[in-house]
Design a protein. Sequence first.
Length: 82
Amino acid sequence: MGILAWIIFGLIAGVIAKIIMPGNDPGGFIITILIGIAGAVIGGFIATALGWGEVSGFDFKSFLIAIGGSLLLLWLYRKFKK
């Protein structure tokens, strides 16, 4: 996927992760995008390592993997900010 597609994919995954785990996080929109992009990448690495497949495009499985990675990253972010 191209960089613009990863940014859009990460934005959507980050927003959904923020909806699932609401809270008062600093940074707002930009941090949400960065957490979503990084979460998509981390989720892809974890899914590949576990043999669940790769994040190869805009499909439902890749989207769930990206959201899961974003949730994990958001949880870790909150743990280290406290």
